[in-house]
Design a protein around this ligand. Structure first.
Ligand code: NAG
Length: 195
């Protein structure tokens, strides 16, 4: 009886070991570690890590998925900022110059959103043979988004702008620009590993 119990305990232990070792290919820890390591190659590693570690379940340890997730995060940040700016541009008490800079920004951000969408699309539909073309297109779209973001920020550089408004806008845009830069670095990583 005692012998039987210890045998079944061993069997349970073995099956547990087999199950856990097959599931261990991507543990939450290894994904988190992968995200940390990948982010360390970007220009803004802390922002990279905080924005992506919450998506570890979808990223696993895939260079493609982390690049994709970084583009997703950048896209949603650009979208929400665009919405915020569009509302802000209708508020009372803004000088005409501020209104016009806000409207320009909304337009530039909507271009950036379009460009980020295109790059996500491009990554989704890649065929093996088109890898180089895809990476090059993604780099082009992401760079275009960065240009649009910096044009928006430049519109708020002058002293004619309200200080709080200027800081708020430039802060948000800087955040998107850093997310975009990180996404580009992760796309480049992916290209190096899989290209
Ligand atoms: C990116 O966003 C799309 C659309 O919301 C989603 O289907 C996909 O799983 C996301 N990819 C990653 C890696 O998070």
């Amino acid at each position: 009886m005692a012998d039987l119990t210890s045998k079944s305990l061993i069997l349970i232990a073995i099956s547990f070991f087999i199950n856990s070792s097959s599931a261990a290919t991507v543990t939450p820890q290894s994904s988190i570690e992968f995200i940390r390591t990948s982010c360390s190659t970007t220009t803004y590693p802390r922002l990279c890590y905080t924005s992506l570690s919450i998506h570890s379940r979808t990223i696993h340890t895939s260079p493609k998925l982390i690049a994709n997730a970084a583009l997703n995060v950048t896209l949603s940040s650009a979208k929400s900022t665009s919405t915020m700016m569009s509302k802000l541009s209708q508020s009372h008490g803004l000088k005409p110059k501020e209104v016009s800079a806000m409207k320009d920004c909304v337009e530039e951000l909507s271009d950036a959103v379009y460009e980020l969408r295109e790059s996500i699309d491009e990554m989704d539909h890649v065929k093996r043979s088109d890898f180089e073309v895809m990476i090059s297109d993604v780099r082009t779209w992401v760079s275009a988004a960065m240009t649009d973001e910096s044009t928006c920020s430049d519109g708020f550089a002058g002293n004619a702008m309200n200080g709080n408004l200027k800081r708020a806008v430039r802060g948000r845009i800087m955040n998107i620009a850093q997310l975009t830069s990180n996404a580009l670095a992760l796309v480049n990583n992916y290209a190096l590993l899989d290209g």
